[in-house]
Design a protein around this ligand. Structure first.
Ligand code: HMG
Ligand code: MG
Length: 306
């Protein structure tokens, strides 16, 4: 049942950097993407075409996309909350391969994050999905707060399934079960995943786990036991959502890669080069990587060099 290969979708450039208060230069964002490609990542979520008033850090979306020299086989994705975002993504000098619409399993979070109800968000996404398909793009749907909400508290598996069904009805190709605030534990994650898997095949379901409560790796493992083989992860453990206060970064890509390789599961990723990419962006941000694996590898290197 355990997969032999896992696809990691690197979300550090988007989920990781969207939350940074300090300005991050476009050139540094681009360099991060290049380093991630060099480390073997083949799916990278680069930026979002959202309102710059809501998320100022992503205002250079088109410039970042334009400057990326895409390596062979790499798929780039961007977040689009509405038609305006999709149109901007399509008009930019470099188009993405995939777009991500992002809804929520909690009404309160939907209002805070995208300023509309769950039902309104689906109405808004429907023409985005159709237009993205017309343009030849794949559409992923993120379901935020699938394991708990910072405003509403508990979120039921029924609420998750409700959004899964609505996303399927409008033609979303893939659903991501997202634990925005990192409160999910393995049993609850499996229960939420089961609901997604009732409507989508294994290959079109992924997990997106923030590590706020230290549960993210355990949650990835719980999904592997179900055969799920696609996960979002963020290099150096960067990340958070500006509209989910207190939420920390995603599960660190380095930590997931180390665990998967230890389990004999292939990822196509070179851990040393990945640690370098994480060290690069961490030094730009002026702090150490959050990833425990990255810290261990860097400490070992320092010792060897001494
Ligand atoms: P709104 O204010 O209701 O939108 O915001 P509006 O349609 O009324 O437009 C208001 C203004 O925004 C107008 O400009 C529009 O042109 C502009 P003005 O006339 O005032 O100058 N606007 C846009 N500008 C650029 N790109 C666009 C766009 N749309 C409208 N696409 C809206 C609604 C959805 C736009 C807003 O709430 C928004 O941008 N939200 C984004 C929030 C966000 O990015 N959150 C983080 C990403 S989600 C996440 O991190 C979770 C995830 O990681 C999974 C997980 O962990 O849970 C995916
Ligand atoms: Mg997230």
């Amino acid at each position: 049942m355990m997969p032999s290969h896992v696809t990691l979708v690197e979300v550090g450039p988007r989920d990781g950097l969207q939350n940074e208060k300090q300005p991050v230069a476009t050139a540094h964002k681009v360099e991060l993407v290049h380093r991630l490609q060099a480390a073997g990542l083949r799916e990278i979520e680069v930026t979002s075409y959202v309102s710059p008033k809501w998320v100022p850090q992503m205002a250079d979306n088109a410039q970042v996309m334009a400057a990326i020299r895409r390596a062979p086989g790499v798929r780039l994705s961007v977040l689009v909350p509405n038609l305006k975002g999709l149109e901007a993504a399509l008009a930019a000098p470099q188009r993405p391969d995939e777009v991500v619409v992002f809804g929520a399993a909690s009404e309160a979070f939907s209002q805070r994050n995208i300023n509309c109800s769950i039902a309104e968000s689906i109405e808004r996404f429907a023409p985005v999905v159709a237009a993205a398909h017309d343009a030849g793009l794949k559409v992923r749907g993120a379901i935020s707060c699938a394991l708990g909400c910072p405003y509403q508290g508990d979120v039921s598996a029924d609420a998750v399934e409700d959004v899964v069904v609505r996303m399927k009805a409008i033609g979303v190709d893939h659903v991501g079960v997202a634990d925005t605030i990192g409160v999910g534990t393995p049993g609850k994650v499996q229960a939420a995943m089961e609901r997604a898997l009732k409507h989508y095949p294994l290959v079109e379901v992924s997990g997106h786990f923030h590590d706020t409560y230290g549960q993210a790796l355990a949650n990835v493992y719980a999904c592997l036991e179900m055969g799920v083989h696609t996960f979002d992860a963020s290099v150096a453990g960067l990340g958070g959502c500006p509209y989910a206060k207190g939420a920390t970064g995603n599960v660190a890509t380095e930590d997931v890669v180390f665990m998967l390789h230890g389990l004999g599961i292939a990822t196509g990723i070179d851990l040393d080069a990945l640690v370098d990419a994480g060290a690069f962006i961490s030094s730009v941000l002026g702090r150490a990587p959050v990833s425990r694996v990255a810290r261990a590898v860097l400490a070992k290197r320092e010792k060897a060099a001494a």
